[in-house]
Design a protein around this ligand. Structure first.
Ligand code: HEC
Length: 200
């Protein structure tokens, strides 16, 4: 390939593979299809009233703070716990099957931790709220999280939270530049976000 063509293709490749949130549709369903479908799908049989091909029912009946799948809390989700049991255990899933690979278990764990979304590109209102919570939790644990900050004039910038300093918030842009922004020059929502991140 001509060196110039090559130089042009590379950034393009980077552009078409953005990091996508883990979701049921893209990442989890295929795992369950391989291991669980015989007993948990409307296509075949829905043992224990669980049909993993019925995404609506899954979202409505099983993904919630007290359900089998508890968004943000993989360690409290019975769904994942059963997959991690000893094969000999009565509650182990898949029943009569082989344990899931550790990479598959890790994917499921990540999915639940990130909010157990069905379709990350088309989140429901409930899921949007969950995505915000996950984002906040990530930022609070020191992750690289960019928020949109709006000032009282309606101007929006994207930046990381870098700390509260008195009645101002320090934010850092992607360029690495930091600014100290008075809270009273921000929209009520952005000021509230800064306070929340600052633990106030
Ligand atoms: C050979 C059949 C079979 C396969 C394969 C199977 N299951 Fe099950 N599953 C059952 C039966 C039967 C029940 C209901 C009895 C029980 O709760 O133990 C059940 C119940 C469950 C429950 C509890 C439902 C509730 O309401 O408490 C979960 C969670 C579950 N299965 C997850 C899975 C997952 C995830 C897979 C695939 C990795 C899977 N199962 C594969 C037969 C199967």
């Amino acid at each position: 390939m001509h060196p110039l063509r090559c130089a042009l293709t590379l950034p393009l490749l980077l552009l078409v593979s953005p990091t996508r949130a883990v979701d049921y549709q893209g990442d989890i369903q295929s795992i369950l299809k391989e291991h669980c479908w015989d007993c948990h799908s409307n296509e075949k049989e829905a043992k224990g009233d669980l049909a993993f091909d019925d995404k609506e029912d899954l979202a409505k009946s099983h993904i919630n703070p007290v359900g089998l799948i508890r968004p943000g809390e993989p360690e409290k989700s019975d769904f994942l716990a059963r997959l991690k049991l000893d094969e000999e255990d009565d509650d182990f899933m898949p029943r009569k099957g082989k344990p899931l690979r550790s990479s598959e278990l890790a994917k499921i764990e990540q999915w639940i931790r990130e909010g157990a979304l069905i379709d990350a590109a088309n989140p429901t209102e409930t899921e949007k709220g969950r995505m915000e919570e996950v984002k906040l939790a990530n930022a609070l644990s020191g992750g690289d999280v960019y928020f949109q900050w709006t000032n009282t004039q309606g101007k929006v910038i994207e930046a990381k939270y870098a700390g509260l300093e008195g009645e101002s918030v320090k934010i850092t842009m992607k360029t690495g530049k930091s600014f100290l922004v008075p809270l009273n020059s921000l929209s009520a929502e952005s000021a509230a976000l800064a306070r929340k991140l600052g633990g106030k």
